[in-house]
Design a protein around this ligand. Structure first.
Ligand SMILES: C[S@@+](CC[C@H](N)C(=O)[O-])C[C@H]1O[C@@H](n2cnc3c(N)ncnc32)[C@H](O)[C@@H]1O
Length: 206
């Protein structure tokens, strides 16, 4: 995936920043997981993983295929004072250098739309997920109010932003993601969608 790390990071800081703490709280409320090891896949500047670490006891691995993104994330780890619980890891979601069942909470926002083989990526996520663990993968803006504020800013930058959003997290995508999860051999999942986002929640039980 070709992404200009500095450009994306500026947008994350200037436009998306309020979304990450809201999502972090939603994720912890939904999964009930606030201890152990978390993994933020396609972390970019690491804002979601760090937001989770701030409100929990979770350790966090900020994972991305872009070294430029991880350099930014490393800087934000230092600024956050969370060095003892956060680290970066370079890699591709399709083949992660992580042990089986080693991660309690996987999160990923805004990344799965770029994965070349989502079925393989879902298999890989399920492999690293610990028994009793959960993954929340998707895209979104926290709530309808935040979405409206962000939409005003994004439409000024990109008049096609609304259509692009629909192509990634619109209702028409739900069936496609459901089929991919089934192809990956995962049965314990739920796809939730509202105006503000689309999220796949995977749970792994014994
Ligand atoms: C749109 S950015 C989202 C960044 C961050 N999650 C956020 O919400 O601010 C997508 C990120 O996914 C990463 N990415 C894309 N494909 C990937 C892959 N196959 N493996 C790991 N990271 C990937 C990109 O490098 C980029 O940092």
């Amino acid at each position: 995936m070709e992404i200009n790390a500095l450009e994306f990071d500026r947008m994350a800081r200037e436009v998306f920043a309020p979304v990450y703490p809201v999502l972090a709280e939603q994720i912890i409320n939904r999964t009930g997981i606030s201890q152990g090891c978390s993994l933020d896949i396609g972390c970019g500047g690491g804002y979601l993983g760090l937001a989770l670490a701030r409100i929990s006891e979770l350790e966090t691995i900020l994972f991305d295929e872009s070294q430029d993104m991880l350099n930014l994330a490393q800087g934000y780890i230092s600024q956050s004072g969370l060095e003892s619980r956060a680290k970066t890891l370079l890699g591709d979601v399709h083949a992660m250098s992580l042990a089986d069942e080693s991660i309690n909470l996987v999160v990923s926002r805004g990344s799965m739309f770029f994965w070349e083989n989502r079925v393989q990526a879902f298999r890989e996520i399920y492999r690293v997920l610990a028994i009793g663990g959960a993954a929340m993968i998707g895209g979104g803006f926290g709530n309808a109010e935040l979405l409206r504020e962000i939409e005003i800013k994004m439409l000024k930058k990109d008049p096609e932003w609304k259509e692009k959003r629909q192509q990634r997290i619109g209702q028409s995508k739900v069936e496609e993601y459901r089929q991919e999860l089934e192809q990956a051999g995962i049965s314990s999942f739920e796809i939730t969608r509202d105006e503000a986002g689309l999220w796949i929640t995977i749970s792994k039980t014994a």
